[in-house]
Every structure is written in C-alpha cells, then in structure tokens.
Ligand binder design. Structure first.
Ligand code: FAD
Length: 308
C-alpha cells in the first residue's frame, strides 16, 4: 500500500504529490488528466512569480515537477469509489482499472464550470466566452461585457468587472436576481452596470475570430433581443467532481467536500484540496496551497497513527 494516494492531477493534486514525496514516503498520484482544468486554459497571468504562462505549459510543468520525485503517476484513470479504512487502517480507492490502498488519501478531483449549452459557446471559448472573472477580467478593460447568471457569483463578477469594463450587463433567466441583498444594492449603485431579467440566453454571436454579441429570448414576450458585447462571463455554477464519492465523505448540498482548516474531511486519514472542496475562491494558486496543506496534514496523520 501507499502512504499517500492523491486522487486527481491538477494544481492541487500535483502540489500534494510533491509535498508528500519530499517527505520520502510512498506516494501515488492517479488522475484522469494530469493538469486538470489548467489544460483548458489559454493564458494564465495570476500565478504569482510567473507573470505569463499558458495552460498547456503549466500542465506540463506540473507533471515535470511531480516526475522529479519518486511518485507513481497514473493517468487516464477515473476514481469510482472510496472505501473507508477498516481495522487495517488502509483506505481503498477503486479506479476504472483496479483498486489502490493507502494509509492516507488526498482527494483533489477539482470541478467543472456549468456551460450554457448554446450555439457559439464552445466555438468562442477563450475568444470572448469565459467562466472566470478573476482570471480574465483584465482582458476586457474598457470593453462592453455581459455576465450570464444573477446569483451571488454572477453579481460578484458584475461588480468586479464594472471596475475594469466600460459597461456590464447581467443577463438572468429568472424574473429576478437571486443574489444577496447587499450585493444587489452595490450593483444598483454602479453607473455602468445594468440588468436584463427573464432572459434566456440563446446564442453567442461572433465574427469568426472573437465574440461580438449575445442573443437572448425575452421569456415574457417571446421576442429575441441582442447585446453588443466583446466578453461573456458565464456564471451559472461550478460543479465539483465529487459524484463518485456518494456518501463516503461529507459533502455540502452543492457537492463540495467539507474540509476543515487543515483540509481534513469527515473521514479520518482522508484529506481534500482544491476546487472539489468547500475552500472558497477557486484559483490555481489557492489550489496549490491547499494541496500542500492537505499533504502536510496527511503526513501529520501518518506520524501520529500506529505503525508509523
Ligand atoms: P482541477 O484542475 O479541476 O484538476 C482535477 C484533477 O482531477 C484532474 O486531473 C482531473 O482529470 C481529475 N479528476 C476529476 N475527476 C476525477 C475522477 N473521478 N477520478 C480521477 N481523476 C479525476 N485559475 C487561475 O488561477 N488563473 C487562471 O487564469 C485561470 N483560468 C481558468 C480558465 C479556465 C477556462 C478554467 C476552466 C479555469 C481557470 N482557472 C484559473 C481555475 C483553475 O484552473 C482551477 O481553480 C484549478 O485548476 C483547480 O485545481 P484543482 O487541482 O483543484 O482541480
């Protein structure tokens, strides 16, 4: 068995694997795609000390850093079940290709943005369609943008973007915005933000190279409307990749793994880090820090448990 089994090979998983391996303990990192969401990213400009990189370059660097240590890295394996430890103290994870057991497990399976599922969305992803205001907001300085989704994350994004963009329009499907009152009040005070409610986004419009607009259907009249925008921020939910866990560890209603300050889950010996957890603000640098923390906590668990 392994001392530490890391499930997931994104920024959180890679950081956890490096920190564990540097303690000289038997470590494995098993994930579907090494690099995780980073692979879907174009430019990355907020990983401190790396002013500019690309997703593929960072994903390769994560893999290379892990490879410098004796980590057993296995790609293209999906975790399907977590089996909590019995009297032998070993937690098991069943993957598509077989089962692995370890004295501690770090869950780092990340998350995925919910998509609109409308024509043009995939075609213009990273060419105007984006899911992350913290990542891509500065690209739209002085431009007109739309935020799709009027929940807390959508209104936070709109307030944030109003500081850099020329104008922000929030497009909400429902008849009113569901965000907290304090956020709606802040939005209402902004001279360059407006809201279109009862609007079903139907299409991303582009000129072949970049986004030029957004088309929507007014749900009360059935009429088609459009907005001239260069950026569309989709804020309709972030889905944690935790379905496979069932009720093996405590999850929130939204499926996030509940972790404490040391990244411990509800199950002894099982830790979690990154976008799949309740940790707020889903970012690369935050996931890396969380992975390091989970790994140090797992090591602490190992040296305190019998037979260490
Ligand atoms: P992930 O990166 O999601 O990695 C999860 C890992 O788990 C992957 O290896 C995946 O294959 C694996 N996995 C998932 N399910 C299973 C399973 N069942 N079994 C086995 N393995 C599994 N953040 C920034 O800081 N700056 C940016 O500029 C930026 N731009 C972004 C642009 C885009 C388009 C997107 C989608 C995200 C962006 N982010 C950015 C957010 C950032 O990518 C995430 O916060 C970060 O990757 C989270 O790291 P993670 O390791 O927690 O999860």
């Amino acid at each position: 068995p392994y001392d530490v089994l890391v499930v997931g090979g994104g920024p959180a998983g890679a950081a956890a694997a490096v920190y564990a391996a540097r303690k000289g303990i038997r470590t494995a990192m098993v994930g579907d795609r090494i690099g995780g969401q980073v692979l879907d990213t174009d430019a990355i400009e907020n990983l401190i000390s790396v002013p500019h990189t690309t997703g593929p370059r960072l994903a390769a660097a994560l893999g290379a850093h892990v490879a410098e240590y004796g980590v057993d890295t296995i790609e293209r394996q999906r975790a399907e079940e977590l089996i909590p430890a019995g009297p032998d103290g070993l937690t098991a994870v069943r993957f598509t290709g077989g089962q692995l057991r370890a004295r501690s497990v770090i869950l780092a399976t990340g998350a995925r943005w919910r998509h609109l599922g409308v024509p043009g969305e995939d075609e213009y992803r990273t060419r105007g369609v984006t899911y992350c205001p913290h990542c891509d907001g500065p690209l739209f300085a002085g431009k007109d943008v739309a935020v799709v989704g009027g929940g807390n994350s959508g209104i936070e994004a709109a307030i944030d973007l109003a500081g850099v963009a020329r104008h922000v329009t929030v497009v909400e499907f429902l008849d009113d915005l569901k965000a907290d009152a304090v956020l709606l009040e802040a939005l209402g005070k902004l001279p360059n933000a407006s809201v279109i409610a009862s609007a079903r986004t139907t299409r991303v419009i582009g000129d072949g190279a970049h986004v030029t607009g957004l088309e929507y259907e007014d749900r009360t009249t059935g009429r088609t409307g459009s907005l001239d925008v260069e950026g569309i921020f989709v804020q309709i939910g972030l889905l944690p990749n935790t379905e496979w866990l069932g009720d093996a560890v405590k999850l929130t209603r939204r499926g996030e793994i509940v972790v404490d300050a040391r990244k411990a889950t509800s199950v002894p010996g099982v830790y979690a880090a990154g976008d799949c957890t309740t940790q707020p603000y889903k970012q690369i640098i935050i996931s890396m820090g969380a992975g390091a923390m989970a790994s140090l906590a797992a090591f602490d668990h190992l040296i305190r448990s019998a037979g260490a």
